[in-house]
Ligand binder design. Structure first.
Ligand SMILES: NC(=O)c1ccc[n+]([C@@H]2O[C@H](COP(=O)([O-])OP(=O)(O)OC[C@H]3O[C@@H](n4cnc5c(N)ncnc54)[C@H](O)[C@@H]3O)[C@@H](O)[C@H]2O)c1
Length: 256
């Protein structure tokens, strides 16, 4: 499609399904040198290896790396797996979960797991990538997956919104910390994107049709449309952009 990511090594977490899978495939379509597809398991839904097969078919080097982003050691090993390709240039911390019992009474167990994946995992991913970029003297790009739910709140997603609001601020703080090394850090905040998470998350699934009707573009987003945004933030086309949360929501948060 383009050479926007020419010569770049890209890592995507949570890439065996939904938005992460679309980001990994978009990166390959836009000329990445290598794409590491990572997820907590080989086969949630579409699957890690089937995703690598699609990327291989585009003539791009790839491999599946199992990693639970809430475990720092897993994330460090994931980043090490990029070394044979020349080290990571674009790190996409996409893995994220919802909680079935989210809301004001979310259980301690659900809350802690959600924070462990959505916040700890995102920070560990950014930290490990930045360490390798600095060691290699690379001016990389780190993209964190936030949500429109991290910009506005909803009673049915108290823990989720709390975590994604944290991701938005994490991007700003890391942009400041890593900018002097030429490393850019941005968040992407998707609106309602048609994935398994949207269709199955308690509360969100029920609200999705209402969101669609209120969205100025009157449709759900496609995972590939988040892939396009991430490709731009990963590429040198956004070389003076850091610390933002890029809303990709069909205009939903622009209206009341
Ligand atoms: N779908 C939407 O409408 C929407 C909207 C806003 C934000 N998001 C965010 O986009 C990201 C991707 O969501 P999606 O809709 O593709 O959902 P999804 O459930 O299809 O994909 C999430 C992926 O993350 C993986 N994952 C879960 N826990 C993990 C862990 N501990 N370590 C590594 N991987 C793990 C899952 O196995 C899965 O493959 C998430 O961060 C989500 O919060 C989605």
């Amino acid at each position: 499609m383009s050479n926007l990511l020419k010569d770049k090594v890209v890592i995507v977490t949570g890439a065996a399904s939904g938005i992460g899978r679309a980001i990994a495939i978009s990166a390959a379509q836009h000329g990445a040198k290598a794409v590491l597809v990572s997820d907590i398991a080989e086969l949630p839904r579409e699957g890690g290896t089937p995703t690598t097969h699609e990327i291989e078919a585009l003539g791009v080097a790839t491999r599946f790396v199992r990693a639970d982003v809430s475990r720092k050691a897993d994330v460090d090993a994931l980043i090490d797996a990029a070394a044979p390709f020349g080290g990571v240039d674009v790190m996409v911390a996409n893995a994220g979960i919802t909680a079935r019992d989210d809301g004001a009474d979310v259980s301690e167990e659900s809350y802690r797991r959600l924070m462990a994946v959505n916040l700890d995992g995102t920070l560990f991913s950014a930290q490990a990538a930045a360490r390798q970029m600095k060691a290699n003297g690379k001016e990389g790009s780190i993209v964190l997956m936030a949500s429109m739910g991290g910009i506005v709140g909803a009673g049915m997603t108290v823990a989720y919104s709390t975590s994604k609001g944290g991701v938005v601020l994490m991007a700003k703080a890391l942009a400041d910390a890593l900018g002097p090394d030429g490393i850019r850090v941005n968040a992407v905040a998707p609106g309602t994107i048609d994935t398994h998470l949207l269709r199955t998350a308690a509360g969100i699934a029920d609200a999705a049709e209402g969101f669609r009707q209120r969205t100025p573009l009157r449709r759900l987003g496609k995972p590939s449309e988040i892939g396009d945004a991430v490709v731009w933030l990963g590429s040198d086309m956004s070389s003076y952009v850091t610390g933002i949360a890029l809303l990709v929501d069909g205009g939903l948060l622009a209206v009341i």
